[in-house]
Design a binder for this molecule. Structure first.
Ligand SMILES: C[S@@+](CC[C@H](N)C(=O)[O-])C[C@H]1O[C@@H](n2cnc3c(N)ncnc32)[C@H](O)[C@@H]1O
Length: 250
């Protein structure tokens, strides 16, 4: 069975099959998440947590209505793959006048992020949703995103896995529609292949390179007020480079 992102197909557990698509968020849920939902505390927890956590269904219902969800008109910043949420919660806290939406596919990481958003300062201006970023158009109308952050996307570093990498031409086409003119795409990665791919694929697409940095841990990211992510710290500790790209949707 092929999946839209071309990821390796995994037979779906019957319990996952029984869920409506909206609850699964996407059919391509990691199999282990569904082996026994009753024993995955994070799957159940994310359903019962309440704001700032949004289930896939709740997040998709906000498409075109993020300002209503946040109860105010403010720039919408999105991070794909929040991991354990250090960057996301830190950015939301240090930019209280902006709205922040995190998108994370793994239930446990949704909850780890949510725990860091408990502080009053961030509860008002941030939401973390469980969703597969390869189906991003489910969540936004054209032009709804003002800044898009992607930090250390999964590397899929073997060539035979290349089609699974997030930062490919299809993804750039998708976000070109969802980002407002003038919106920024800010990427940090430990994987030079990602840098080369993005620079190759923006050719002929409505993005312009604003800044590039090949040593974020030494020089800092090419935007103000950046926060070190969990993966970034790991690469720093190993003395390995982290790259950054700052692009503008023209
Ligand atoms: C290598 S980790 C980086 C985590 C964090 N951004 C950091 O820099 O510390 C990649 C993260 O992206 C999430 N992720 C991978 N594919 C995703 C997808 N299709 N949609 C949403 N999140 C995804 C993973 O679950 C993981 O938390």
């Amino acid at each position: 069975m092929a999946t839209p992102t071309g990821k390796p197909t995994i037979p779906m557990h019957p319990q996952a099959q029984a869920l409506p698509d909206s609850e699964r968020g996407w059919k391509e849920i990691p199999y282990e998440e569904y082996i026994d939902p009753d024993h995955n505390p994070y799957l159940n927890l994310h359903r019962t947590w309440g704001r700032p956590v949004l289930t896939s269904e709740q997040a998709a219902a906000c498409r075109g209505a993020w300002q209503q969800e946040f109860g105010r008109k403010a720039p919408l910043n999105v991070e794909i793959g929040t991991g354990n949420g250090f960057f996301f919660s830190g950015m939301a806290e240090s930019h209280p006048a902006e709205n922040w939406l995190g998108i994370e596919i793994r239930f446990k990481r949704v909850i780890l992020t949510a725990k860091k958003l408990r502080a009053e300062a961030t509860e008002a201006n941030s939401r973390i949703c469980r969703y597969d970023a390869s189906a991003l158009s489910d969540l936004f109308l054209p032009g709804e995103i003002d800044t898009l952050y992607i930090n250390h996307p999964d590397p899929w570093d073997k060539e035979r896995w290349a089609k699974n990498r997030l930062l490919g031409p299809e993804f750039l086409d998708k976000i070109a529609v969802l980002m407002a003119p003038g919106a920024e795409l800010r990427i940090k990665t430990d994987h030079l292949v990602n840098v080369d791919a993005v620079l190759k694929h923006i050719d002929g697409r409505p993005f312009e390179l604003f800044a590039r940095c090949d040593d974020v841990n030494g020089e800092g990211a090419p935007w103000d007020g950046d926060i070190v992510t969990n993966y970034q710290r790991k690469f720093f500790e190993r003395g390995l480079p982290v790259y950054a790209l700052r692009l503008r949707r023209s």
